[in-house]
Design a protein around this ligand. Structure first.
Ligand code: UTP
Length: 287
């Protein structure tokens, strides 16, 4: 079955990025001149996923406005003959079919996905965490879809991390299938380096079979009183195979201040319009 739907749970409180996230969604912070969420939606579209379900929380109307038309602004640009800006503005909203659903309380990532259950029903679907911006030749989700199309099982995106970093991630116990592909035998949420079953961390891209919904519904609140996706995935892998795939590309954790700054600098350096000037500025700074 083709995967056409992507869930974007964006209802988290973004505590790592306070105070900026007090009054605006963290995925609306810009990397150079586009909000973080724009890059992630681009990855979805380039992977063939155009039905985008945003799971939002209170105070996140900016996301909805961003993917909508802005009549006054467009009219203004049209009268000023600013066609480049106009195209940029419309580009992404014309490509997706967005849908917004509210998670009334931040009860965890697993709960956010469950909120979208009736919009997905019995189809496999993708999950994109807006914090993770992935720069790659082949879009990360497209790479994962290639695995899904071969095995028809849930697939989680993996990245190798330093042992000291395992307390920040869900870590898998793997059985290697080929260079980048693993069967997930088990997974542990935020283990200490000593307890971690490997150095393979799950990052913010998932392709899930619809059976995950029942597992989420049957999962009791775990760490922090939240319904954890990892707990539901552990239940799922007792019934179905779950695969992990080390994607090709670079991931930026933009929900973290340093990760955000690294992405900003690297994306700015790559830009044809400002990259050269910015490089010169950084060089001068480093002297
Ligand atoms: P995080 O664990 O990164 O939490 O959520 P957070 O609130 O966004 O950020 P920090 O850690 O406090 O700074 C992982 C993903 O799950 C979503 C978040 O928006 C993020 O994309 N999420 C989390 C929800 O949609 N709802 C929740 O209740 C919790």
């Amino acid at each position: 079955m083709t995967v056409t739907k992507g869930i974007f749970p964006v209802a988290g409180l973004g505590t790592r990025f306070l105070p900026a996230t007090k009054a605006q969604p963290k995925v609306m912070l810009p990397l150079v001149d586009k909000p973080i969420i724009h890059y992630v939606v681009e990855e979805a579209v380039q992977s063939g996923i155009e039905d985008i379900i945003f799971v939002t929380g209170r105070g996140q109307a900016a996301i909805e406005n961003y993917f909508d038309l802005s009549f006054e602004l467009e009219e203004f640009l049209r009268t000023k003959n600013k066609t480049g800006e106009l195209e940029q503005l419309n580009g992404i909203s014309n490509l997706i079919n967005p849908c917004y659903i509210r998670q009334k309380a931040a009860k965890g990532l697993g709960h956010a996905i469950l909120v979208a259950r009736h919009l997905v029903e019995n189809e496999p679907f993708a999950v994109f965490l807006g914090d993770d911006v992935i720069d790659s030749r082949i879009p990360c989700m497209r790479q994962m879809l290639n695995v899904y199309e071969r095995y028809h099982c849930s697939v989680v995106a993996l990245q190798r991390v330093e042992r000291a970093q395992t307390p920040s991630y869900g870590i898998v116990k793997p059985r290697q299938i080929d260079e980048r592909l693993f069967q997930v035998l088990d997974m542990v949420e935020k283990p200490s380096p000593e307890e971690a079953p490997s150095d393979l961390a799950i990052i913010g891209r998932y392709l899930l079979t619809p059976e995950i919904f029942q597992e989420l519904a049957d999962t009791a609140p775990g760490k922090g009183g939240e319904i954890q996706l990892t707990d539901a995935l552990r239940r799922l892998l007792k019934r179905q195979a779950v695969y992990g795939f080390i994607f090709e590309g670079t991931r930026y954790d933009t929900g973290d201040k340093i990760g955000f700054l690294k992405a900003t600098v690297e994306f700015a350096l790559r830009r044809s319009d400002i990259g050269e000037d910015f490089r010169a500025y950084l060089k001068a700074l480093a002297l």
